[in-house]
Ligand binder design. Sequence first.
Ligand SMILES: C[S@@+](CC[C@H](N)C(=O)[O-])C[C@H]1O[C@@H](n2cnc3c(N)ncnc32)[C@H](O)[C@@H]1O
Length: 430
Amino acid sequence: MKNKQTKSLNLKLPALTDKDILKRLKSLGYLSDDFEDVNLLKELSGNKNQDIRYYAISNLAKLADDNLLEFFYLLIKSEKTSRNRREIASAIGRLRSAKAIDILLELLSDADPNIILQSIRGLLVFKKEKKIYNKLIKLRFHENELVQKIIEVEFFDKKNYSKNHSKSPDHLKNTIMLGDTFKILKKVDEESIHLTFTSPPYYNARDYSIYNSYKSYLKFLIRIFKQVHRVTKEGRFFVLNTSPIIIPRIGRKYSSKRYPIPYDVHKGLIDMGWEFLDDIVWAKPEPSVKNRVAGFAQHRKPLAYKPNCITECVMVYRKKSNKLIDWIYDQYPKSIIDDSKVPDGYETSNIWKIDPSHSKVHSATFPLELCDRIIQYYSFKEDLVFDPFAGSGSVGVSAKRNGRYFFLTELNKSYYDEMMRKLGKDLFDQ
Ligand SMILES: C[S@@+](CC[C@H](N)C(=O)[O-])C[C@H]1O[C@@H](n2cnc3c(N)ncnc32)[C@H](O)[C@@H]1O
């Protein structure tokens, strides 16, 4: 069916409010070849209301008319807002006209990275031309990260992408290993894991973790997370649960010390090649956490206020990749994609209210509801889900009940024994 086409703007200007004009501009749809009100749109592109200017420009862009090139060129010089200038640059690119090349090349030196990105998009149409190619590849070293990325993807991505993205090594499937996760990970092949969800030791805040210093603790985590990055498949996810912790004071003369673990680890993760996606907040009921506010409640003196900490961070990262999520979908059979559809009732906000769980065996277990959400939202059926600091094995239990495979490592023998009781076989027993 042919789209309905608009022939005129139908505006009696002096009588109309900005709201009316905007409404009309937004509702225009496709413009017909004999659209009559080009001059009116041009006039509105200079209106004092920036939204009217924006929609006038985006309607002019629909005309894809070479004759507007000079007009767009003058307009981008006079327009002040980044959003409208971006729309003009996009309009110039969408002309796909060789006549626009010089203007697009000039815009590559614009101070606004949004304009540069739009110019690149426009120029990519002509990337086979030597002159354009040479100009574009130089932008690989541009200071803006998004500019670098688009050039990298278009010209320098020579990676041999695995054809087995949806598969994982059989010997790791539903396996629990006792030992230092770093040593175990060294033996795991790269690109073996689909999803890692973990909560590392809390520095020296609990009995099972003793490190010389906070610095050495962070180094310990970074070393392990580099291995996690290596074994993670193209563009897949790493979800890290941590929270700031407190080391109590050793006497009345001294103060307690708080350590912002998630914020300190974050920079290291980015530097090693994880891309930050989301910060989910796990919120617990206030009565379930340590009461820190009781002292303040008595004296109410400023500076001594200490809120009850009911939240933990659940940070979502993705292994940096030139491939989009759509590429990942294409790696799976349709039946798996269909089977993995997230059921109704999924969480819509980034504040997840979940009660903490308690275990006789382990002092800091994940609630299964938290694991279920992470596994359902960030993996497919039959994927391999990894927890390097498995503790009581909640990630394994959740992976199993959600139709995924698990791979767990744990240093502590009694936690390992408990997991084996719950979940089964060991690699070395086979
Ligand atoms: C916060 S707990 C994880 C609890 C787990 N999420 C659960 O649901 O039970 C951290 C775990 O990491 C383990 N651990 C500490 N250092 C380790 C290492 N180098 N390799 C493997 N596990 C380690 C500890 O024994 C502890 O059980």
